[in-house]
Design a protein around this ligand. Structure first.
Ligand SMILES: Nc1ncnc2c1ncn2[C@@H]1O[C@H](COP(=O)(O)OP(=O)(O)O)[C@@H](O)[C@H]1O
Ligand SMILES: CC(=O)N[C@@H](CCC(=O)OP(=O)(O)O)C(=O)O
Length: 308
């Protein structure tokens, strides 16, 4: 009797692969079209909501960014930090309130906002990406002219409200972000923008992500949040919007509340500025960014189709 050849004899345990292994292989094959469409393209990802304050979700997010970069997509992260800023202000006894989804930022608060975003949250996220096997570079909007901001207020119930040191990004010089991408790294951007006099302004991170996506000519803007997406008739859970075009969203914007106002305004700005698609996804789900790539979820905003 001849001895079985170790390299050609089937291993008894691998003769019938488990069905979950087959499903994994199928998912990899399925991801090919998506990979091809995004390879070499910039995807701006706004990291925020629950995913920012849950350690396991933070690690999953960092791993997703590393994965994207390894397969040739160019992720650029813009991070939020609302809960961390609120905690730091409270610890210092500095009052803080939101109007129209934006934080009223006093002279006492702006330094804390900058310390939390650019001094703590951004560097921590960059370290997590490094721990997940990637390479990331924290960069504040104040670095090398990345952002220039202009002060803004807001309208609440028809009344103009002064928000203090809060701004919109009105100019972007993405050279520093491009240099980080070219060095093979993942930029992690904090949403602080100096005005023309060098005064730091607090910019909502969704809004900063949209401005950056437009300036970089990104292929996609992805915004993580802590709901399943945009609800047309919040809080009616049956009213989740899976896709909406810019015209329809413009009409819906005045009916939105709180944090959804800057978020959906950001999506609109992105697609109006030439980004082909902006998506709000549920960051409470582990690996939400990768999952969205395989199986679209949340709310997708697209430009208004041209009439033929
Ligand atoms: N139409 C709506 N659809 C979805 N969420 C809404 C809507 N209107 C208000 N919200 C609220 O907005 C929140 C998201 O905004 P925010 O808390 O600022 O998000 P994040 O922390 O992810 O930046 C949701 O958790 C929800 O409570
Ligand atoms: C003007 C304004 O509201 N700025 C935000 C900046 C951080 C942010 O946008 O964080 P999230 O994405 O976690 O909400 C703030 O002070 O909370």
């Amino acid at each position: 009797m001849t001895e079985p050849h170790p390299e050609t004899e089937p291993h008894p345990e691998t003769e019938t692969p488990a069905s979950d292994a087959v499903a994994k292989a199928a998912a990899l094959v399925e991801s090919l079209a998506w990979l091809r469409s995004l390879r070499g393209r910039i995807v701006v990802v706004k990291f925020g909501g629950n995913a920012m304050v849950d350690d396991a979700l933070k690690h999953d997010f960092a791993a997703d960014m590393v994965y994207l970069r390894e397969v040739g997509v160019l992720p650029v992260v813009v991070h939020g930090g609302g809960p961390q800023i609120s905690a730091a202000l409270a610890a210092r006894g500095i009052p803080s309130e939101f109007r129209g989804g934006l934080r009223v930022t006093t002279a006492a608060a702006i330094g804390v906002v900058r310390d939390v975003l650019a001094g703590a949250v951004g560097p921590e996220l960059a370290s997590l990406i490094a721990a997940a096997g990637g390479s990331a570079q924290p960069v504040s909007g104040e670095t090398d002219g990345l952002f220039v901001g202009t002060r803004r207020g807001t309208i609440v119930d028809g009344e103009e409200v002064d928000l203090g040191f809060v701004g919109d990004v009105t100019a972007v010089n993405p050279a520093v972000v491009r240099a980080i991408l070219e060095a093979g790294q993942i930029p992690v951007v904090s949403s602080i923008a100096p005005d023309a006099d060098g005064q730091a302004l607090n910019v909502n991170a969704d809004s900063a992500a949209a401005s950056l996506a437009v300036a970089l000519g990104a292929e996609k803007l992805v915004i993580l949040t802590d709901v399943a997406g945009l609800y047309r008739d919040w809080p009616d859970r049956a009213s989740l919007v899976s896709a909406i075009d810019a015209t329809d969203l413009t009409a819906l914007l005045p009916t939105l509340e709180s944090g959804m106002i800057p978020k959906m305004t950001a999506c609109l700005e992105a697609v109006d500025g030439g980004v082909p698609v902006a998506t709000i996804i549920d960051g409470r789900i582990p690996h939400s960014v990768l999952l969205e790539a395989f199986a679209p979820s949340g709310t997708t905003v697209v430009p208004t189709p041209e009439k033929s």
